[in-house]
Design a binder for this molecule. Sequence first.
Ligand code: AMP
Ligand code: ZN
Length: 274
Amino acid sequence: MNIEQQVRKTIAKYHLLDKKDKIAVALSGGKDSTSILYILYKLGYNIEGLMIDLHLGEWSKIHRKNMEKFCSELGIKLTVVDLKKELGMGICFIKSVLKEQKNLTGCMVCGVIKKWILNKWAKKLKVDKIATGHNLDDESQTVLMNFLKGNIYLGVNSSPATGIPNKSFVQRVKPLFFIPEKGIKAYSKKMRFPILYDKCPCAIGTYRVETRKWMENFSDREKLKIVENFQKLIPKLREKHKTIIQECKICREPSSTDVCNACKIFSCVKNAHQ
Ligand code: AMP
Ligand code: ZN
């Protein structure tokens, strides 16, 4: 089965998308999100691109230019959200303050903020779903990272379709959930997508980077087993660990606690600079 057929199979099996859905593809400018944008376009879904410009120097500038060109050539609408305008501060500043304060690792902070912006903008754009480029390698790393942190419940919502949509939460779907990174890289090279293959310049020495490194010799079959076995566990975990999604009392975005993680980060940064 080639990647396009695998994506089709995952979408059908997990009822991820409907041809009537308006879908925002979260575009980082990397191989995974560019591939899923192209595959959904080819399969005839109603898609548009949504990209956050993180302002990480040349790396962000190149990614942004690449996606602007790629989407315009395919006739796909692209919205670029400027992180500095959105938050009034850059990601590097936030990370440096938090590192002093809480020792939060960079990738976690970035992940929380990206999710928060994507959900907010998906509502503004009135889309039904957000599709991301998370692949089998990302997902197997997450399972083991949560396990080693001693908290497998952190993965209770990780599945090809995340959460139950409601008026404050736009469902996120991951059509590449079971597809190994290697295969996606080969596909995007074969298709000659105009993209940069460099990893994020900020992802140095983080827990995710360390995990990726020590999992290098795991086979795709082993990664698939990790993810599939964890998926089998999820219904049992959900019975024991019911998360109730409410609205954050500060920003009104979805949260499992009364203040969401993004607002906790923002208030931590503000307090440090008062
Ligand atoms: P990462 O967190 O970098 O592993 O990215 C996982 C997925 O999140 C990507 O495949 C994209 O779908 C999405 N994503 C990452 N960075 C961005 C960004 N700057 N703007 C929009 N979506 C992003
Ligand atoms: Zn909030």
